[in-house]
Design a protein around this ligand. Sequence first.
Ligand SMILES: Nc1ncnc2c1ncn2[C@@H]1O[C@H](COP(=O)(O)OP(=O)(O)OP(=O)(O)O)[C@@H](O)[C@H]1O
Ligand SMILES: [Mg+2]
Length: 374
Amino acid sequence: MSRMRIQAIEIPDADVFKILLDNFPDMIHSIDDNGDIVYTNRRAETLLGYTREELLSMNIKQVYAEEVQEALARGFSDLKEKGDKMVESLLKAKDGTKIPVEIRSFSIYDDEGRFIRTFSILRDMRKIKDLQASLVHAGRLAAIGELASGVAHDINNPLTVILLSNEMLLNELKRTNITPSDSFQKLETMAKDIQKASRSIQKLADHLRNFSRGMAEKQELIDLYNSISDALFITKNKTMSAGVEIINNIKKGTHFVTGCSNHIEQVFVNLIGNACDAMIERQNRQLTLSIEPAKFDNVDCWKCNIMDTGTGIPKEIIDEIFQSFFTTKPKGKGTGLGLSISRGIVRDHKGDIIVSSKHGEGTTFSVLLPVVVV
Ligand SMILES: Nc1ncnc2c1ncn2[C@@H]1O[C@H](COP(=O)(O)OP(=O)(O)OP(=O)(O)O)[C@@H](O)[C@H]1O
Ligand SMILES: [Mg+2]
């Protein structure tokens, strides 16, 4: 912004008000009895895209969206009568952009009580509306977590009955068929299939329950291989439906850290989920997982790399991706909380998440966590 210069030490009141109004962060306009605009400040120009001269030759109807015209006419006569008003409405900028605004208006009258003009202060509500929508979405996700843990709990009892009955069925089959026949084998295969399917439901229910548990978890020794495998299990549906090829170079029993395994798992679930989203429209969809030693703050760490062949992240936004509620996904698809929560978790574990990305080629997120020697 260019520096403002004034000639005299004493600033006349009129100039003070002009300076204030022109630097006011909200749009201000004043309209006469016919609805013609007779004053606007600089913010009105940047918000609506018209020059001040253009605005001063327009009627107020021209800067509001079609769908609010009726309410505008009603509101204007109400305002003239009552003297002040606060409403929400929708502006229409020169390029057609619709801007939700909160408006505080008041009228001024002459000595005989005749209406002269209205003054209105209009606040751009786009950011606040987006934030509200994200909070609602985040709240809904939290509620789904609760529901999932409840469902997982309720699944367990009937599942235990199925598994036990199936066990008894298998034993009974073995007992009654001393010389296995074709039909015995068919029955045994079916019973074993039921057992396998039930165990995988049980595992899924366990995951759901653990995953949606609260904070303040106990510290434990974590094999990063297990965290990654569990995260891949949870995201199996997503990676499979996106047609992602997974190359997992991580070995079991080799890379240990300490902390809360559910939370670390949640970090990998978020990163794998993001990678899938970034690859969904790409031809080559590969997710490569690897671990290497590294130093972070002079401490020996495991650097766990999640590398995708997705869209990559444009330079202009890469510094913003860890901010809460920053998302490039359509409404209802992303809350913009995944990375900020994940980084918070990893930092609580005395590590960090770093990112390197080439727009158009892919992205690698690296989770750094202090090494534990076992
Ligand atoms: N692997 C990736 N490749 C490309 N862009 C990514 C990747 N991971 C994250 N991003 C970018 O960072 C943004 C923020 O990610 P973050 O996980 O915090 O939120 P989100 O995925 O949009 O929503 P959610 O809260 O559902 O996770 C994404 O919207 C996307 O633009
Ligand atoms: Mg995400």
